[in-house]
Structure formats: C-alpha cells, structure tokens
Ligand binder design. Structure first.
Ligand code: 9MR
Ligand code: 9MR
Ligand code: ZN
Length: 518
C-alpha cells in the first residue's frame, strides 16, 4: 500500500522462473509520468523456504519524496504504492468500522449490507428447556456464531490499542461497549460461570444474510476458558468505562470465583448435536493467569497477587511447539497477563515477578526477532502458516510493540513490527493485500456470509491468509493444494481456511496501527 517518507522501504524481487529476467538493478518509477526517480542494486539472492522462492531485497529507504510509484526490475513491475505522510488513509477507521458490520440483534443500516435485527429469539440452554436472552454482540467471523473466547481477545486488543494509541479514536469505546454488553448477558446468573458460545446447531449456508438464519439458538455449556477469559476482559474493561465499573468488576470477580470453585475443569468440546466453532483448549492455566493479573491490576487485591506469585507459567521458557507460542492467540493468552502486570497495575508489584515476566516477554521477542531477520518478507512465521496466519503476523508485531517498552532495542522492535504490517498490505509472496478494499490486489471474495449474499465484500476486513493445513477446505483443495505454506491462499468465497474474516484478526491489526501511530 505504501510507506511514510522516513520509514524503511523495502521491495522483494522474485528472481526464480518464470521471472528470471529480473535484473540485479532496480528502479523506482513515478506512475504519473514514468520518470525514473531512483535506482539501486538489489541485495544478494536469498532463498525463502516458506514461499520456495529465491528473492533479492531492494532497499530504497533513502528515497523519501512523496508520490505514487512502482518498482521495476528487468521485466518485472510491481503494483503501484504511495510514499506520503498518510499512505494508509482510511484503513484504521475501516478496521474499526468492521465491528459495526458484525453487529447482531439490532437493525443494521449499512448500504447493501443493511439487514433487520437478527438472532433475537432467546437461546435454549443446551440440555434443558430453559431459554435465555443473549441478543447483541458481534458475529464472530464469516459465520454467525458468537463465542466468548475469541470475543475476549478482541476486546482486549481493542482496549489496549486505545490505551497505547498516540491518537486514540474516541468512537472505539462505544464500539467495544456493544460487545461487552452482550458478554455480560452470557454469564449465568446462578452459578456465575460463562456460557462458551451461542450459535445454531450447525453452520448455515454461505449465502444467507444474518436475519435469514432462523434456526434455534443454543447456549453451549459453561466452560473454564470462557469464564476465565470473561473475568480477565471484564476486569480490563472496568477501567475504561467509569459508569459501568462496579458492574464489570462484580461480573469479573464472580467469574473468577467460579474458576476457583472448579479447579479441575477441562477444555471445551462441542456437545453432541452442535458443530459450530469449538474454540477448544485443554490448557486453562494461561486463562486463569490472565484473569488473576487483570483482577489484580483493577483492584490491587492481594488474593490475586498471591495467585500470580504462585503461578508457574511465566517461570517456564517460551515454548514454540504450541499453537500460539507467544501468548496473544485465542488459545493462549499469557501475554495479556504480562501486559496487565507490567503496564497496567496501579498497585505495588513484586520485583522478582516483574523481572521474570519481562525476561519471558523479551525471550519471546528474541525468538520473533531472529525469525524476522531470516525472512525476506519481514515476518516471523518460519515455515508455519496455520489457519489465521495473518493473525499470527499481527500478534507477533503486537508482541514486539509490548516488548519495545522494556528493551534498549526499542527502535528495532517497532521497526520490525512495521515490517510485519507491510506484509499484510501486500509486500508478501503473493503480492496480495489481505485486507478487503485496501491496496491494489485485495480479497474480493472473502468467506463472509453478508459479503457472499450481496456479492460485494464489506471493506476493512482482515482475511485469515495462507493456511498449510487445509484438508477440509474445498477451494484450497481445488486451486492450490500443493502450494508452499506462504502461498496456500485463494481469494475464493469457499476458502474458510484462508479467506475467512474474523473479529480477532481485525483487532490485532488495529492494535498495531494504533500503537505505531499509523
Ligand atoms: O462458514 C463456516 C466457517 O465459519 C468455518 O470456519 C468453517 C470450518 O468449520 O465452516 C464453514 O461452514 C461450512 C461448513 O463447515 C460445511 N458446509 C459449508 C459451510 C459454508 O462453507
Ligand atoms: O481461528 C480458528 C482457528 O485457529 C482454528 O484452527 C479453526 C478450526 O477450529 O477455527 C478457527 O475459528 C473459526 C471458528 O471455529 C468458527 N468461526 C470462524 C473462525 C475463523 O475461521
Ligand atoms: Zn445476528
């Protein structure tokens, strides 16, 4: 999409066949009059295992003149990009606006995607005849389920973005409040546990608008991960909404008590008859930890502090063999706990605990920085592109931004975070922007029901991106089953593994933009 004048600027030139007539030299050419404004020699060839391409890097950071350009090398010509003070115009607002398109339970007035209130009938509590009103909130993704675990990550990303932004957007708090009000309804009044999700029994057809999905709604059983994530995110939210402070804190504390009363609660799995998104996760230690950290940061209550001090998680090395190694994914939320303790606590913290958390945070950042340094596209996924790889790209950038507060290498960390952002906007092996409506070649066919129903993509949505495990994805299987990990992506509406959208894929990208002042 573009670069600010004084940011580093790099292009990646693919030199393997059929483009091997790309030269070692390159030129920056102004689009309006085809003038060559800069020329240089690209770096030595490097082979990139994730894309299986051989590439050269063209570093034109020294060129700072505003305008619209292409990079040319031999017979190759890039898509146009901008150099200017505000090259991402409208993007941050659109990333936030996406949440408005996802609203459930009220009429949506939004151009062709307008629809009457959806999913407003009370939901059946699974396994009972009881009904409960849980209307509201955001549809999770391309489907119309509403799930607590990813909702908690989304709310946390957005509230942290608001707190750390150089220029916060005042509309953000109102936007997020809509989701919080729904989350509060998902807590069981008697036990104080939180229902894992509300959805129909199965996914509906891809071309149905929200109000067309008329099947019975079910509240899936209460789960530990949902209840602990709820406690954490409501405690965090209590500091942003003075008028709701008591309600939110009270809800968070009751959820925490439920977790304490269920020390052996296991992970969630879909009960018989329900087949919507599982968000299953057997390891609830990190969710409990995040809840304790957020409740401590909000109340200063030593009970939570004692729990944190006894927690063994952050004394362990950073593990990279787990699904979300750096603790900002829906299944591993440890880093949100660090952020509470290190950046948010208004109460006296423990020096030893603080040091251990910083060590672990920086240890994770080191791993990310090494992986980043080895990748010509400036991302840190190695060869591992899982479902939602674009979220991991954004999460790793978020991690570096958090780490930048505790290291002498602060500048290097934030620069690396910015490089991750460029990947999402098109500087990647497919030259594909992964955000609808932004960049030159962007997704037109996201796996998103309102977009599919209207045959027109809602703008400002981050798609999941390349996904190497695609056994069930019909579009990947038809179009690119053997593509290398970083290229297993197809802009097809049936590709839920690579081209779906999700609220918790938008939120970390929003965080990165806000925190970097973009
Ligand atoms: O739309 C669903 C999407 O949100 C999920 O991520 C995906 C995988 O569970 O499933 C999608 O729904 C499809 C279902 O699994 C099979 N029938 C077709 C549905 C729409 O493509
Ligand atoms: O983002 C989720 C990914 O990490 C999982 O591998 C995948 C399969 O369980 O599910 C993804 O989440 C989907 C959810 O199950 C249903 N709504 C759409 C979500 C994004 O594709
Ligand atoms: Zn709805």
């Amino acid at each position: 999409m573009g670069y600010r004048p004084h940011d580093p600027k790099k292009a990646v030139i693919t030199i393997n066949a059929p483009n091997d007539d790309a030269g070692t030299d390159y030129k920056i050419v102004r689009v309006s009059d085809e003038t060559v404004v800069y020329s240089g020699t690209a770096g030595e060839p490097v082979s990139d295992s994730a894309s299986q391409d051989t590439v050269r890097i063209a570093d034109f950071s020294n060129f700072t003149e505003a305008g619209e350009y292409v990079v040319c090398s031999g017979a190759l010509r890039s898509f146009p990009f901008v150099i200017g003070d505000n090259p991402y115009k409208g993007l941050r607002a659109a990333l936030l606006e996406m949440f408005h398109y996802q609203i459930c339970g009220v009429d949506l007035e939004y151009g062709v995607w307008s629809h009457p209130a959806c999913h407003i009938t009370p939901a059946t509590i699974y396994g009972t005849d009881k009904k409960k009103d849980v209307s509201g909130g955001w549809h999770d993704a391309g489907d119309y389920g509403r799930y607590i675990v990813p909702a908690a990550k989304t709310v946390a990303d957005l509230l942290w973005a608001h707190k750390l932004a150089a220029h916060p957007d005042e509309r953000l708090l109102d936007t997020v409040l809509f989701e919080i009000e729904w989350m509060l309804k998902m807590q069981d009044g008697e036990s104080s546990g939180v229902y894992h999700k509300v959805s129909c029994a199965n996914f509906n057809a891809l071309d149905e608008m929200p109000h067309d999905e008329q099947g019975e709604l079910f509240l899936s059983p209460i789960s530990l991960t949902a209840t602990a994530d709820f406690a954490a995110s409501m405690a965090l939210a209590s500091r942003f909404y003075p008028a709701y402070k008591d309600t939110l804190l009270n809800a968070a504390q009751r959820a925490w008590n439920w977790c304490c009363a269920h020390p052996d609660a296991g992970g969630f799995t879909n009960p018989p008859g329900i087949s919507t998104g599982p968000y299953g996760d057997d390891d609830g230690r990190d969710e409990r930890f995040w809840a304790a950290c957020a409740l401590f940061a909000a109340t200063g209550d030593e009970t939570y502090h004692e729990y944190i001090k006894k927690c063994e998680l952050y004394t362990e090395e950073c593990r990279t063999d787990i699904l979300f190694p750096f603790g900002l994914g829906w299944g591993n939320v440890e880093t949100y706990g660090f952020m509470e303790y290190l950046l948010n606590a208004a109460y006296t913290t423990d020096d030893g605990v603080t040091r251990q958390m910083k060590d672990k945070l920086l240890n994770c950042c080191d791993i990310i920085m090494k992986s980043y340094a080895a990748n010509p596209y400036g991302v840190s996924l190695g060869e591992v592109y899982r479902w939602g790889s674009n979220m991991t790209v954004a999460n790793n950038a978020m991690m570096l931004i958090a780490g930048s507060r505790f290291t002498a290498d602060s500048r290097a960390y934030t620069e690396a975070a910015l490089e991750h952002f460029h990947y999402l906007l098109g500087r990647n092996p497919l030259s594909h922007s992964y955000i609808t409506g932004f960049g030159y070649q962007f997704p037109h066919n996201p796996h998103h029901r309102p977009s599919a129903a209207k045959d027109s993509a809602v703008p400002g949505m981050v798609v999941g991106g390349p996904c190497m495990s695609v056994i069930r994805d019909p579009a990947i299987n038809a179009h690119c089953p053997d593509a290398p990990p970083a290229k297993r992506y197809v802009d097809h509406k049936e590709s839920f593994a690579s081209n779906e959208v999700a609220i918790y894929w938008n939120s970390p990208v929003y965080f990165v933009m806000a925190a970097l002042g973009l």
